[in-house]
Every structure is written in structure tokens, then in C-alpha cells.
Design a protein around this ligand. Structure first.
Ligand code: AMP
Ligand code: ZN
Ligand code: FE
Ligand code: FE
Length: 294
């Protein structure tokens, strides 16, 4: 292993593949990242590490560094809170049991949502399965794709603005652990926890400062501040919190392929922060590109 190839381009630490709700295979995602001029990406599928191996093989050949990660679903009351975890051990029993539990909950919740929708629209469970890669962490985006295929809506965004909105009449929250539990699970698996888009959806939804303090005590490493869904006011507040608590700051795209407008590399993370994540992440190793020997 050599770090030579690690920081030759910008780093985008939040991307999704078909192992969850991105629209590209891990292989195609990595090729797209290389084509976009990125030097490092993290693969952070929701509640899944299933894309890691394919992404690693592609990264070695495409000449970019891969940081294996995930985006753990957590929840405070009815609000979902996403926690990025970099370089956890994919054999850690507790973390794997928890993401398995969340994936099972995703499946039953998606089936419930589809059952409700099918009372009013022409939509079947098979339609949704047809949009979902085998073993993927299923979610509302797959239901959105099925609604698009049925011609009910034009794209995922339209589906989320209406039928799939939490207020749309067909919603139920997903089982997920408390974020404090999530931070400990990621740390105990040797991973590095970063709170994803903490100011998405407006300042009113940012968790209380006291709650953040408890996450810091539990081992939170950083805040994903440069993310298109964090509001401008929210970012100002988050930078102040990062300074107060000594948290690292990351920036990333949250790329979902064609599933969202977010483009690879639209936000990036400083090389010093990437190096610190790699230094603290002991559960697995980054995958560095093969060096061409002449
Ligand atoms: P779920 O995990 O089932 O609650 O669905 C949430 C997922 O849907 C998140 O990963 C988001 O990235 C995605 N999502 C939320 N809003 C939109 C939107 N307007 N367009 C496309 N994807 C969205
Ligand atoms: Zn997603
Ligand atoms: Fe997220
Ligand atoms: Fe995400």
C-alpha cells in the first residue's frame, strides 16, 4: 500500500451506488468519478457495504483512491439523521447486525408504503423490485423510480415533492437507532463518524446543541457542512459549532447518479481532513490506485 496516489485530485466523500439508491453500479460510479477529475471518493451507500468490493476493483484500475464507507440511518423522534461512517470494519458484528436490522426495516417499510400507494395509484411491489438491484438497501427513491416508470410522475424530485413526501399521506418513518448509538457503533468498528448534511431542510431541523455535544462525547469526528442541502444560515451556525467543538469540516456532493441533480465534485473535502480520516480510520483500509511501473 502506498499513499502516493492518494491526494492527486479533489476528494468527494459522499456518493451512492445501486447498492443503495444511486442509479449507477459501483463500477460505473467510480469511472464517473475518475472522469470528473476526482482523486478520491468515498462510497457511502445507505446502511450497506455491499458495493465496496466492486468499487475497489474499479478504483484500482481507474486510478483513483477509494475510501470505503456507509451512510448509517439514525433517527431522533420522527426526524431522520444521517451519519457517514468512513473505514469501518465490514466484519464488525455489532455494526453489521445493526445495518442488517435497518435494511430489513427498509424492506417492510417500503412494502407498507407501496401497499398504501397502490390503493390510489397503479403501482405494484413488482414495479418497485424491478427498480431495485438485488440486495440493495431499498428506500423511497426506488418507489419513486417505479412511479416514474408507470408514468405517474416525471422524476424522483416530483415524487418526493408529492406522493413520497413525509406529509404526502403515504409516509411512515424508518426504524433507526439514535445517532449517539450510531456514532459509537461506527467508532467501535474502527470507523470515523461524520454527521451528514446536518442543516438540510432548514435551521429548525438542526439538532439541539446539547444533542450535538453528546455526539461529540460519543466520538463524532466531523460535520458535513459543504453540502447543497445545508441552508446558508445553517452553514454559518455549523461552522461556529465545528469551531466550538473542534470538529472537522467536510464537503461533498451526495451524488446519486441520475437520481438527484447533485454532481460529483460539486463540493469537496480538504486533503488535510481526508488524511486525518485515513489516520483515524482503523477498521478497513483505503484502496489506492495501482501504480504503473514503466
Ligand atoms: P428513505 O431512505 O426511504 O427515507 O428516502 C430518503 C432518500 O431519498 C435519501 O437518500 C435522499 O437522497 C433521497 N431523496 C430525498 N429527497 C429527494 C429528492 N427530492 N429527489 C431525489 N432523491 C431524494
Ligand atoms: Zn440516498
Ligand atoms: Fe443523507
Ligand atoms: Fe447520502
Amino acid at each position: 500500500m502506498t499513499g502516493d496516489g492518494a491526494f492527486q485530485g479533489p476528494s468527494d466523500l459522499h456518493t451512492h451506488s445501486r447498492a443503495s439508491d444511486g442509479t449507477q453500479t459501483p463500477h460505473d460510479l467510480v469511472l464517473a468519478a475518475a472522469a470528473a477529475g476526482l482523486g478520491t471518493i468515498a462510497l457511502t451507500d445507505h446502511d450497506s457495504t455491499a458495493g465496496w468490493d466492486e468499487a475497489a476493483r474499479a478504483a484500482i484500475r481507474a486510478g483513483i483512491t477509494l475510501i470505503p464507507g456507509l451512510e448509517l440511518s439514525t433517527r431522533i423522534a420522527h426526524a431522520s439523521v444521517h451519519l457517514l461512517g468512513y473505514l469501518p470494519n465490514p466484519a464488525n458484528a455489532e455494526l453489521m447486525a445493526e445495518i442488517q436490522r435497518i435494511r430489513s426495516a427498509r424492506l417492510s417499510r417500503a412494502a407498507w408504503i407501496v401497499e398504501q400507494i397502490s390503493a390510489d395509484y397503479d403501482l405494484t411491489w413488482d414495479d418497485v423490485l424491478a427498480q431495485t438491484a438485488e440486495g440493495a438497501a431499498i428506500g423511497r427513491p426506488h418507489i419513486a423510480d417505479a412511479l416514474v416508470a408507470r408514468g405517474v410522475v416525471t422524476d424522483r424530485s416530483a415524487a418526493f415533492a408529492g406522493i413520497l413526501h413525509w406529509n404526502g399521506g403515504y409516509y411512515r418513518p424508518l426504524y433507526a437507532p439514535d445517532p449517539e448509538v450510531g456514532v459509537r457503533l461506527v467508532r467501535d468498528a474502527g470507523g470515523v463518524p461524520v454527521l451528514a448534511h446536518p442543516a438540510a431542510g432548514g435551521r429548525g431541523r438542526i439538532m439541539a446543541r446539547e444533542k450535538l455535544a453528546r455526539l461529540v462525547d460519543a466520538g463524532l469526528f466531523g460535520l458535513e457542512i459543504e453540502h447543497r442541502e445545508n441552508t446558508p444560515d445553517g452553514k454559518v451556525w455549523l461552522y461556529a459549532l465545528a469551531a466550538e467543538f473542534g470538529l472537522a469540516v467536510t464537503g461533498s456532493s451526495d451524488y446519486h447518479g441520475a437520481g438527484k441533480p447533485n454532481q460529483l465534485g460539486e463540493n469537496t473535502t480538504d486533503a488535510t481532513v481526508v488524511a486525518a480520516i485515513i489516520a483515524e480510520g482503523t477498521g478497513s483500509s483505503p484502496v489506492y490506485p495501482a501504480r504503473v511501473v514503466e
